[in-house]
Design a protein around this ligand. Structure first.
Ligand SMILES: Cc1cc2nc3c(=O)[nH]c(=O)nc-3n(C[C@H](O)[C@H](O)[C@H](O)COP(=O)(O)OP(=O)(O)OC[C@H]3O[C@@H](n4cnc5c(N)ncnc54)[C@H](O)[C@@H]3O)c2cc1C
Length: 424
């Protein structure tokens, strides 16, 4: 008889795990029951992974993540794998100016050292002549171009992975019956299950929390996680106009923002790299956490900054109305390392979180490492890097240079911002 597991949270880490375990079902039959509990069916409107796109790239200043990203990119481009049709090889320009140049240069150094070739530096004139629609000055930018990178249709791929997992026997429970209110423990402090908002209790041998930005609503994360809201704005273009932008690479300026080519619905997305914390309106005192639902109002100061940034890159779009906007919440560890670990004091309880704004690209492969964690067999270097309590204030993910260097702003300090939630 196999084990039972409850995965709480069907976002990037949760579905990647369910999918991986579902691939192993029937062969090794480690599990007799796998259930994913989420407040919503995928794609959850409150998940960090729910969006039209996420960048898939291998540039990292930390060789560990770089190597994992190389593995992941192989999976994204494998013609036999389900990921391939969701991956769009647009290329990307990793850009930085001032202090941010260090991260760009470290990434290139590292790629060379590890034998990952293909990326090369470009100057703004070269960018403008290769993609004439990119008319902004990109003043003093250091620009690394990697044509092998691209974007994945993040919501779509997770929905397909969830469907495949369900087809292999994974149970998906949503609504109040999937919305976990609390964890259940026995007299020895072992975690034995969960209770949901409708009062149902579910028991299992293992409970894996993949609840992203909201993890600290369920357990004390001991200061290891801080939820950060990312401002994301969208511009709807007409088809003919979108065609002019269709072939631009992702342009990502690490201290400011990133812009993507239009998707199949002719929507261009611009995401800010200046994040917000939410201490003032947080449901747990002293911890930055998102509000209850999706915030469709985004801080005016960040909208204006995004427009200013667009003038540096795609000036023709700088004053267009947003067709949509939202605050999208992920959760960061101090080092930007993931937190993929057993709980040090609650037997049976595991966490896979701390996506830190960069976890999505690993969706094809991260489930394998989480599966190894559940078996107590993660490779030693990863175990050390991802373990509960190992995240310190020195950034490893970026080799000492913060990947998103601009300090976060507190929502409560931003004039005119209201904690208004929109209907989902
Ligand atoms: C705007 C933005 C841009 C990003 N860009 C990139 C990128 O370009 N490339 C990249 O690699 N990464 C990127 N990331 C990071 C990546 O998307 C996240 O790190 C990743 O999605 C985190 O996955 P997760 O499973 O921890 O959380 P989520 O994907 O947020 O999933 C958490 C799930 O838990 C559920 N949940 C929460 N609480 C409960 C509860 N009590 N009961 C039941 N269910 C619950 C939610 O409904 C949700 O489905 C970006 C993140 C953001 C926000």
């Amino acid at each position: 008889m196999g084990k039972s597991i409850i995965i709480v949270g069907g976002g990037a880490f949760g579905i990647a795990t369910a999918w991986q375990l579902s691939q192993e079902l029937g062969t090794r039959s480690k599990y007799s029951s796998i259930r994913v509990l989420d407040r919503f069916l995928p794609p959850s409107p409150i998940a960090a992974s729910t969006d039209i796109n996420r960048i898939i790239r291998t540039e990292y200043a930390d060789p560990v993540y770089m190597q994992l990203a190389v593995q992941a990119l192989q999976a994204w481009t494998d013609p036999e794998a389900l990921f391939r049709k969701h991956f769009h090889r647009s290329g990307w320009l990793l850009c930085g100016s001032g202090d941010d140049v260090g991260f760009v240069e470290q990434s290139e150094e590292n790629a060379k050292l590890k034998g990952v070739h293909g990326a090369k530096f470009m100057v703004p004139d070269e960018v403008q002549s290769k993609w004439p629609v990119v008319k902004g000055p990109m003043k003093d930018w250091r620009i690394l171009s990697d044509p092998a990178a691209g974007w994945a249709a993040s919501s779509k791929v997770l929905v397909e992975m969830a469907q495949q997992s369900a087809g292999c026997g994974v149970g998906f429970i949503s609504g109040n019956a999937g919305h976990v209110r609390e964890l259940l423990y026995d007299a020895y402090n072992a975690c034995i299950g969960v209770r949901t908002v409708d009062g149902t209790t579910y028991e299992a041998d293992q409970v894996l929390l993949t609840t992203g930005a909201r993890t600290a609503c369920l357990i004390d994360m001991e200061g290891q996680l801080s939820a950060l809201g990312h401002t994301v704005c969208y511009i709807q273009l007409a088809r003919e106009e979108a065609d002019r932008y269709r072939h631009i690479p992702i342009i990502a300026d690490i201290g400011e923002a990133a812009v993507f080519a239009p998707d199949e619905n002719n929507v261009i997305k611009i995401a800010s790299s200046i994040f917000v914390t939410n201490f003032k309106y947080s449901p747990v005192s002293g911890v930055s956490l998102p509000g209850d639902l999706v915030e469709r109002t985004v801080p005016a100061v960040l909208q204006n900054r995004l427009r200013g940034w667009l003038r540096q890159v795609l000036p023709e779009l700088a004053d267009r109305p947003w067709s949509d906007s939202k605050l999208c919440w992920d959760t960061d560890t101090p080092t930007h390392d993931f937190l993929i670990s057993s709980h040090p004091r609650h037997k049976g309880l595991f966490v896979a979180t701390g996506g830190s704004g960069h976890a999505f690209k690993f969706v094809p492969i991260i489930g394998r490492y989480i599966s190894q964690l559940l078996d107590g067999a993660v490779p030693e270097n990863l175990e050390k890097q991802w373990k509960w309590g190992s995240s310190t204030a020195t950034s490893r993910e970026t080799g000492g240079k913060p990947m998103f260097p601009t300090p976060a702003l507190e929502l409560g300090d931003l004039l005119g911002w209201q904690p208004v939630t929109a209907k989902i």
